[in-house]
Design a protein around this ligand. Sequence first.
Ligand code: ATP
Length: 138
Amino acid sequence: TERTLILVKPDGVARGLSGEVLARIERKGYVLEGVELVNATAEQLAAHYAEHEGKPFYQPLVDFMSSGPVLAVIASGDGVIAGFRSLAGTTDPTTAAPGTIRGDLGRDWGEKVQKNIVHGSDSVESAEREIAIWFPGR
Ligand code: ATP
């Protein structure tokens, strides 16, 4: 069955939203296969965000992701990759649809990075690549 890599980003952990995010994943019917609170290393973030290297928001993004612990999650279930991205909502929390994690729980905090609570893999290839970054050996 399909797997995806989800991160509750430092803003979500700091605001006490980890349980809310996990609850939404479970209520949707997906299975939690791994949950771990981690302080992201520079190596993990460089690998995770390699596709954004060179973009104006890259360094602020890496700094933000290093600002506190993240909750790394493996969730499984048929269609979980697209399903979680649907639960998360679009990237910008200001306009993400109500009912989604970002739409219900996020906002613009006036900073260079969009603090948008969660990350979710966007394809089978990125899910397997990202699981190897956050859960080596899984
Ligand atoms: P994620 O990959 O975290 O699920 P996403 O796929 O919606 O989010 P990406 O385009 O992969 O968004 O961007 C990764 C992250 O970089 C975003 O979640 C956000 O925190 C930040 N980001 C993306 N675009 C911008 C932007 N234009 N300005 C500031 N921050 C941004």
